[in-house]
Design a protein around this ligand. Structure first.
Ligand SMILES: [Zn+2]
Length: 252
């Protein structure tokens, strides 16, 4: 089934199951184009801190609270600029004492983790869950590749990753990606992992606030107004993710 058809079906289901969420998603507005202002991120964290209903959970732990709106924060380090900008967002998390997750690639394409061992170790020492951003499903032998990536991460960062996230490749190799996820849901402990948010068996999200929406007409990333203010449809007992790539952010 085509993804656009799937999305339409999803939207119809959502409008019945959660009309408030559906209304929001149908009417949300572009808030700004990259580079995004750090103050926008810090403002969202402030809202999370002040709103007694919200609990910012440890990214690398599956548990969440029935009595709170559960918000998790994840930073995917996709590019050299992401590494260079990493402290912009992490210092803000640290200031609020929010236990975000930070995920590094080891494919040596945009940057080499071996050049940033101290950066990865500093993330871990500051209490952030620091793990592997895998792109193993680009290979036909995706499990062999996943094992190689895990070993490479351990060699280059100086510690073994026990959690991972998956680097997106758009519509490419979705069936391989799904096969990888199926294997990890069943056997992640066998590979030395405790958690990933790649499947709802670990943790599902009711909504993701992300900084990587693409406007092809101007060839730039943008954020919706959910980054300016938490949507009103957020509910206790559900999980929500703030997903960033630090390369899209700048000091005001
Ligand atoms: Zn990525």
């Amino acid at each position: 089934m085509k993804r656009s058809t799937k999305n339409k079906i999803k939207s119809v289901i959502r409008s019945v199951v959660d009309p408030a969420a559906n209304d929001y998603l149908e009417s949300r507005q572009n808030f700004s184009y990259a580079p995004f202002k750090l103050a926008t991120y810090q403002n969202l964290l402030q809202q999370a801190s002040k709103d007694g209903r919200i609990r910012v959970g440890r990214f690398g732990e599956a548990k969440s609270s029935k009595d709170h709106i559960n918000v998790f924060i994840r930073h995917d380090i996709d590019t050299l600029k992401c590494v260079q900008n990493i402290d912009l967002l992490l210092d803000s998390d640290l200031h609020m004492d929010f236990p975000a997750g930070v995920y590094f690639l080891v494919d040596d394409d945009e940057y080499r983790l071996q050049d940033f061992k101290q950066v990865a170790q500093a993330c871990k020492e500051k209490g952030f869950e620091t793990g592997l951003h895998t792109i193993c499903y680009a290979q036909d032998d995706y499990m062999g590749q996943f094992k190689l990536e895990t070993e490479k991460f351990a060699d280059e960062a100086g510690f073994r990753p026990t959690t991972f996230t998956i680097h997106g490749m758009g519509e490419k190799r979705l069936s391989v990606r799904k096969a990888f996820i199926r294997e990890m849901v069943k056997n992640h402990t066998k590979y030395g992992y405790t958690f990933s948010d790649c499947h709802k068996a670990f943790r599902g999200y009711h909504h993701v606030i992300e900084d990587c929406h693409m406007d092809f007409s101007v060839n730039n990333r943008y954020i919706f107004d959910d980054f300016n203010e938490f949507p009103s449809f957020f509910r206790k007992g559900k999980n929500y993710l703030i997903l960033t790539h630090p390369c899209y952010w700048e000091q005001d």
